[in-house]
Every structure is written in C-alpha cells, then in structure tokens.
Design a protein around this ligand. Structure first.
Ligand code: ADP
Length: 514
C-alpha cells in the first residue's frame, strides 16, 4: 500500500472563489501544495453568487444529491470546476436561495448583510444554510474522483461533517474507511444555535448532550468538529497551546484539554508567487537578497513620498498593516506612540476597522505630521509598498492564530517587531545578544502587553539599525532565507494524514510504509 492518502478539503471559503479571511487562503493553497506532493485532492464548498459570476468556469455534473434539511428533502445538483493553474477539482453545492445572495453592491457577504444603519449582522438562517451544506457535502463524497481517505474539515461551517461521518453515515460502506481532520482557524467563531434548530441538522437527538454537541444550552458546530473528528489541529503550535487556556479558548479550553493528545498546530504558508519582491509589480524597484539595500532604499523613498513624509533615507521607517480591531494591538500602539515617536523614527499605518481606533490614530498623525503617515481603507498596492519600503514591521497583536504579515515582512527584508503570541511566537526568532551568538534571529519580540514593552523593543531595534548595521543586515538576510511556503506546511499536514491512515490500517501498514 504505497499510495498517498486521498484528501477531500471541505470549507466555506476558497481563495479565488469566496474569501473573508485566512481560511480561504489555506483552503486554496494547501490543496495545490498537496497535489504537488502527489496526493489525490479535491475541494468542496458552497456555490455562492461570487462563484457563479467568477472568472473560473464551473459546470453541472450529472449528480443530483438527495439532501435532507429537517423534514424537507431538497434535491441539489453537484457542480464542478478546477482550481486555477492546477488539476485539482473543486466541487460546489448548489442551493440558490441559501448561497447566491452575496452581492457587494447590496452590502451582502457570504455570512452577513448590512442593516439600514450600516451594521453588519449574520443572516438569520445561517444555521439552516450550513446544516444543509454539511449534509450535502457528505452526500457528495461517493462522487469524488478518488475514494476519500481523509475528510479535512475547516472551521465551524464544516463542524457537523465529522459528526455525520461517525453517526449518520457510519453504516454505509462508502464512508467506513474515511478518517477526519478538523482545523480551527479562529476559535472565536463557533456557530452556536438554539436547540430548537437542532432538527435541521438531521443528527440524532441523543447527540444533544454536554459531552457531545450541547454547549451552554445551545448546540455548537465547532464543538461537533472538536469532539467527533479523529484529529484536531490549528494554525500554529503556540495557538494550539493557547486555546487550551481560558484566556484564548473561548469556552472550549476544557474540551481541548481532553483532546490534547490529538491536537496540534501547523503555521499557515505564504503564497510566494504573490509575495516576491523580485517580481512584485507594485514596487518602485524590485530586489532580491543580493540587491536588498538598493531595492529597499528606492521603495522607502517611494513610500515616504506617498505619505508626504520627509525623504530621510537613514531614519528608520516602521510599517503596519492591520484590521483595526482589538486583536491587532492597535490600542497598544496608540498608548506607546508618544514614547516611540520620541525616537527619530517614521511610522506608516494602513488599516480599517473600529472607529474608536481610527480616531486615536488620526490624533497621533495630527500630533506628529512629519513622522506619521496614515491611510484608512483597504489598499492591496499600498500593502505591498509598505512591506517593501519599511525598515521594520510592527505586529503587536493581543492574539494571532497564525498571521501572514510577519511572514511577508520576513521575505521582503523587513524585520518584524511582534508580540510573543500564537503564530508570531512560532515564526519570529527574537534578536538578543545570545541569539546573535548562537542562533539566527529574524526579528524582535516582546511578551508583556504593555506600551513600555513595545516602546522598549522599538528602541532596541532602532539601536541596532543605527549603531550595528552589519547585525541588522544579518537579521534581514536570515528572514529573507526563511521558508514559510505552503510546501513546508503541506509536509506537516501530510504527517497528520499519514498518521490517520496508519491508525486505520494498523501496524501492518506502518511497517510497510516505514
Ligand atoms: P488577519 O487574517 O487576522 O487579518 P493576517 O496577518 O493573517 O491577519 O492577514 C491579513 C491580510 O490582510 C494580509 O494579507 C494583509 O496584508 C491584508 N490586509 C489587512 N488589512 C489591509 C488593508 N487595510 N489593506 C490591504 N491589505 C490589508
């Protein structure tokens, strides 16, 4: 038995088809990396309006699935396409009432709509929509091109699939050999609904109990994924530990503690085709590790010009791009601003989000107009310019399941200053006198969530920038050489898939594959 396990990735978002967050990146790039390693892979997601109108052609298959939703039976067609630049098939569950309502012009997304006073609220029927998706995706499994070995579910929207696999479909031969992996991308979103809606899931009511699907008087999709899957992972090893504590676990810490021998973390990858300073079309000058000095000097001048800051080549420029929400440590930046800006530094911030943080940042910009640049909004081009044109990148997150911007920064030769949490702790090697002697530092870290700790770390980083330029160059090079590709992440996912197969096949398989 030398064949690689065949994987079906189930997700509510896949980049290129529908995206609201990092979940879409994982479910779009991981399948390609697994395919490159030789796995049979397929992906399944809802057929949203953005999929129907998108650039990738999709086709109806001949399969009409019989899907039960409560007492209703809804026949639904399975559609199919291919992930661009690959031969990975992607399948879509059609239900136009449920899934084809996302429309940016009307302010509707795949999960939410805008109210008349501009707030975003979840659709009232999200429970039914995803109960339907979970059930339909289960029904589609026999029609996958290769018999599925591992069903890889992602976040609450697919949390009932491992439950169905163990319970509803247990007796059916086509499902018996399938093992499941459940990946938590952000534990704060759980899909919790009143028990009156439980009948929509089609699951047996005996599962509605505190050891299985009940969670404080509601039933909870995420809990289903955690309890019923054969393995649980999340998007960094440190976040895997953190979510076992009350501070980060959002109520799931006890349960995750019970499953700790089946819980691990894998840092997300970077799509280095989109984030490559040597080809990036958004930059004033492209550069490689051998031309980083000259390249970054041009990009820095371009960035200073963009924000109307003095064109000072030797004043360290600190960049930050973030959703302006509590998670990203914006309040810490606001509190540390006076201390940081006493130093001869410039600071540019790109982001959008909470109006309270936005007004605090405007106030700082108005106090330090010659040192601070601020753009409120979403701007992909500017994000690339900031990654390349800054000397240091700031990411002082309160929590960070995996994080992408620190990885882009490493690749672009912009050492990150991060708080030691989640994926930031796992990806940034702190610069200390000791790590300079014995290790390969790539950035700067601080632990305490205090303005003093942040400002102190900025002071240390700018000291190295000014007074020990060869050390700073080394940090840049170490970061640029680090591998945070999807190919690396795929190797780690493959270890979990293989482990599940070894358990399925027993010792004989383990011995043969050794
Ligand atoms: P999160 O997914 O929690 O927002 P990550 O660091 O994992 O944080 O990824 C954020 C992604 O969104 C990055 O690609 C980042 O560059 C991008 N981004 C966030 N805010 C903006 C913005 N205002 N303009 C452009 N890109 C942004």
């Amino acid at each position: 038995m030398a064949e690689l396990p065949s994987i079906l990735i189930a997700s509510s978002e896949v980049i290129g088809f529908a995206k609201t967050g990092g979940l879409a990146d994982v479910c779009g790039y991981l399948p390609l990396a697994l395919r490159r390693r030789g796995h049979p892979v397929a992906v399944i997601m809802p057929l949203y309006r953005s999929v129907r109108l998108g650039r990738v052609p999709i086709y109806p298959t001949e399969h009409v699935l019989t899907v039960t939703l409560g007492k209703t039976i809804c026949p639904t067609r399975l559609w199919r396409g291919t992930i661009p630049n690959s031969d990975v098939p992607i399948f879509f569950i059609e239900h136009s009432d449920f899934f084809e309502r996302d429309d940016p012009v009307r302010g509707t997304s795949i999960y939410q709509r805008s109210t008349v006073d501009g707030r975003k609220v979840d659709y009232a029927d999200n429970c039914a929509r995803f109960a339907f998706f979970n059930r339909a995706a289960m029904e589609a499994i026999p029609y996958m091109p290769t018999p599925v070995d591992v069903l890889h579910c992602n976040d609450w929207q697919t949390g009932l699939m491992p439950v169905h696999l163990r319970d509803t479909y247990r007796a059916r031969a086509e499902y018996r050999r399938i093992r499941s992996l459940f990946t938590i991308h952000n534990i704060a979103y759980q899909g919790a609904y009143p028990h009156e809606l439980f009948h929509l899931t089609g699951l047996d009511f005996r599962l509605y109990n505190p050891h299985q699907l009940e969670f404080y008087g509601q039933f909870n999709y995420l809990k289903g994924g955690i309890v019923f899957s054969d393995w649980v992972n999340t998007v960094s090893p440190t976040y895997a530990n953190e979510i076992r504590t009350p501070t980060f676990g959002c109520g799931m810490e006890g349960l995750l503690g019970e499953r700790r021998d089946r819980l691990s973390g894998i840092v997300n990858g970077v799509d280095y085709a989109s984030w490559d300073a040597s080809t990036d079309p958004h930059l004033a000058k492209n550069y490689t590790i051998d031309s980083v000095d000259a390249g970054k000097a041009s990009c820095k001048a371009d960035l200073q010009h963009h924000f109307d800051l003095p064109l000072e080549p030797r004043v360290p420029l600190i960049g930050m791009i973030a959703r302006l929400v509590e998670q990203k440590g914006v309040d810490l930046v606001a509190k540390a601003a006076d201390d940081m800006l006493k130093l001869p530094v410039q600071l540019v911030i790109l982001g959008d989000g909470d109006p309270t943080y936005i007004s605090k940042l405007y106030a700082i910009r108005d106090r330090y107009p010659k040192q601070v640049g601020l753009y409120i909004g979403f701007d992909e081009t500017l994000a690339h310019k900031i990654e390349a044109g800054s000397d240091l990148y700031l990411m002082p997150s309160l929590f960070e399941p995996s994080g992408l911007n620190q990885l882009y920064s490493l690749r672009y030769g912009t050492p990150p200053i991060v708080r030691t949490t989640g994926g930031l702790a796992d990806t940034i090697v702190d610069t200390t006198e000791e790590s300079l002697l014995t290790g390969e530092p790539t950035g700067f870290r601080f632990q305490a969530y205090t303005p003093q700790a942040l400002a102190g770390t900025v002071r240390w980083a700018t000291h190295l920038y000014h007074d020990r330029p060869s050390v700073f160059q080394r940090i840049i090079r170490n970061g640029m050489l680090a591998d945070w590709s999807w190919d690396r992440a795929a190797v780690e996912y493959e270890k979990i898939y293989r482990r599940l197969m070894i358990e399925r096949e027993g010792y004989r398989f383990a011995a043969e594959s050794a």
